[in-house]
Write a protein that binds this ligand. Structure first.
Ligand code: TXA
Ligand code: MG
Length: 340
């Protein structure tokens, strides 16, 4: 199959909408990352998402809508808190989990009695949903286990020839996936930190559990919470202060890459600066593309600076921890690593 690259014009959106209605796959931009979309009400169309991604098993997928009313038509129970959250955060990077109606096929929710829904804050995403005249199920548009795509070129690198089309809109503004909140638990629980900061959610929700199962070591109900979900090919290590101790492994700096707020420290072969001015929003927007570039450079290791865990920093640290294979320390000439 040849993947069509569509411009985000009225004509492009119309063509994309037709593909979705016919049961095909269209990758499209959202404010967070590119999604791989299919008709959310067609089990066969959604099954094709798993094939294209090469997901080894069925994981629940987020359904994208163009209005709160469309979400309410898919949930069987809409709590007042859900309405307050939609009012405050939609359109935007917040995904809400509530009990589903029967019209939502089981393959969308991987058999769960709940469905995760969000209204993206991106004109092209909303235009596609309207053109398709139905809700669109979409995971991030990457092959299974790879980093999320924040540019249509990333989508083409991995999915070209496996999907009908991609809407080509360049980089996505937020850069990190949506925050997923479950309202079927009391108090509500954040299943995945993301583009909507926990501090803002707490203003509306009050008591909020934000201890993902990953941290507590329980079974993960969300694949996004799987430990190795965002693993790059190149081993990544989280930078810690201090000097190496007994049993640490030494790597020459010129074989390593550096991922941090500012330009790389001296001696590294290559560095990616997430935000010279230390801005977490800018860092989130650049994060996945930077990781991808580092991963393509044949480095022995990537050393990643830790970011403060506030605002979007919580989501960035969550992705970094899950991408990491251990910790790193620096002395004058070398990188020292300790595998977890
Ligand atoms: O920003 C985003 O959320 C992007 C864009 C494309 O919308 N999508 C995305 O999808 O990141 P994906 O499939 O990569 O991650 C979806 C997350 C997973 O952690 C999944 O387990 C969780 O949402 N999820 C989906 N349905 C769920 C449900 N019914 N209950 C609990 N978690 C659910
Ligand atoms: Mg994903």
């Amino acid at each position: 199959m040849e993947t069509r690259v569509l411009e985000p014009t009225q004509q492009g959106l119309r063509a994309a909408g037709e593909i979705i209605r016919a049961g095909g796959l269209v990758a499209f931009p959202t404010e967070t990352v590119y999604g791989l979309g299919a008709d959310a009400l067609s089990a066969e169309a959604v099954a094709r998402i798993f094939e294209a991604k090469g997901r080894p098993r069925f994981d629940p997928i987020i359904v994208h809508v163009a209005s709160p009313e469309e979400a309410e038509a898919l949930w069987s129970e809409v709590l007042p808190l859900a309405r307050r959250l939609m009012e405050r955060f939609w359109p935007g990077p917040l995904t809400i989990v509530l009990p589903k109606r029967n019209i939502v096929p089981d393959i969308v929710t991987a058999g769960l009695p709940t469905v995760a829904i969000r209204m993206p804050d991106h004109e092209v995403a909303l235009g596609l949903i309207r053109a398709a005249e139905r809700p669109i199920a979409a995971p991030s548009a990457n092959r299974f286990g790879k980093t999320s795509p924040t540019h249509h070129e990333h989508v083409l690198e991995e999915l070209s020839g496996r999907i009908e089309a991609v809407l080509a809109c360049g980089p996505t503004p937020v850069g990190i996936e949506s925050t997923v909140i479950s309202l079927v638990e009391d108090p509500p629980r954040v299943l995945r930190p993301g583009g909507t900061p926990l501090e803002l959610l707490r203003e509306v929700v009050g008591e909020l559990r934000a201890d993902p199962p990953l941290v507590r070591g329980g079974p993960a109900p969300s694949p996004g919470t799987m430990r190795r979900h965002y693993m790059p090919r190149t081993p990544l290590f989280l930078l810690e202060p201090g000097l190496p101790g007994e049993g640490w492994e030494e790597l020459p700096r010129e074989r390593c890459g550096y991922l941090g707020f500012a330009a790389a420290k001296r001696g590294f072969r290559y560095g990616e600066a997430l935000s010279e001015r230390g801005d977490l929003r800018e860092a989130a927007a650049r994060f996945f593309a930077a990781l991808r570039r580092l991963d393509s450079m044949d480095l022995a290791a990537i050393v990643a600076e830790q970011v403060p865990e506030k605002g979007l920093g919580v989501a960035i640290m969550d992705r970094l921890r899950r991408a990491s294979q251990g910790i790193a320390r620096l002395n004058e000439h070398s990188v020292w690593i300790k595998r977890a």
